[in-house]
Design a protein around this ligand. Sequence first.
Ligand SMILES: Cc1ncc(COP(=O)(O)O)c(C=O)c1O
Length: 415
Amino acid sequence: MGRRLVSARPAPAPQPGFWWARDDLDFQDGRLHLAGVDVAARAQAADGPLFLYSAARVRANLARLTGALGQTGRPTRLYYAMKANRFVPLLEAMAWWGLNGIDVCSPAELERALACGFAARDVSFTGTAVANRDLDRLLAHPELTINCDSVGMIRRIGERTPGRAIGVRVNPERGVGYGDSDKLTYAGQAATKFGVYRAQFGEALATARAHGLSITSLHFHVGCGYLDGQLGDWEAAIAAGLAFLDDLPDVRTVNVGGGLGLPHRPADAALDLARWAAVLKRRFAGRDVTVAVEPGDYVVKDAGLLALQVTDVEVKRDVTFVSVDGGFNLAPEPAYYGLPCEPVACAPRDWDAGRWAPVTVAGNINEALDVWAADHPMPPMAEGDIVALLNAGGYAASMSSNHCMRGEFAEELVG
Ligand SMILES: Cc1ncc(COP(=O)(O)O)c(C=O)c1O
């Protein structure tokens, strides 16, 4: 299972090594800590589902990305995709740190970005199915970059604000997603709703021209969660996206989207940012444009976890169910996208790997799909124990719903 467990009893020393462990996320004195915070203690105090986010980890992720962008040999811009996590203290921290961009996908996200300290000139909007009432709220901000997702959106902006500068999101018909998942690939063989295809591009250009709109940025986001072994496919998508530049003399910025993934299971090889930056360097060589990226997951996902309390441990037929007080509606990605979930006992009472047995960790929603993990080896668990679901800093709270009216949770930003 990718773990290196020791058979020491009862004291957890030396500490076991886990595939997901790192300096700021590991056991200390037998208890899971994130950024120096005892997860179980914090969760017991919250007495309900608790998202813990590490500000330091987010900042480190941003710094790593900024460093990599510095290797591309081009001017760059880093927009954080707010859809991944819109927790206000986190956004305020990002603005305070001087992050130079944030990408939003709805008027409400735009207004949150502004309220959290981002200037409109540092915000890009990339959304789909944008209604006229949305446009009215967006167009109130002349400095906002708006990436148009359809020919109709270009026309409707032209009718409202002729002469405006716009961005156009294109669909390069090449894409990549975690584990080659179709659901996480936004541009590829199958037609998707995202962006303007090559076949409609002439019409898009003519529509912009008819309204005096200048296209100053080109945008494509081709999928989510790609890892190191997929960089070749990602590079092919970049090349296909850049082919649109030939018809766009006014473009000053090319946004290659987000999608940078992170490991979800032991076998996943992490993205090598140096190789990632080398792709951008290669593909943008000789092009007089700013390279923009808009990652969400890579910035926040591994900085957060969801702590849940065990309600029951019970054998049903031949399966041991560890039930917890939060369901898939709080962190929907495993259920929606089949992304692997890693439940971790926050204070294992037994460090002997021989006694760890496979269990099914299930949530509190009356849906058969509400299973966090099956056949997952865990130490003996008991009512009241705290389980942390790792990698819950992105697309968890922000995607949560109130299904079964069990949508309540707390969020905390820690060191
Ligand atoms: C247009 C756009 N940009 C950026 C992102 C962020 O993607 P990720 O969180 O995978 O980096 C998304 C995610 O769906 C997106 O749709």
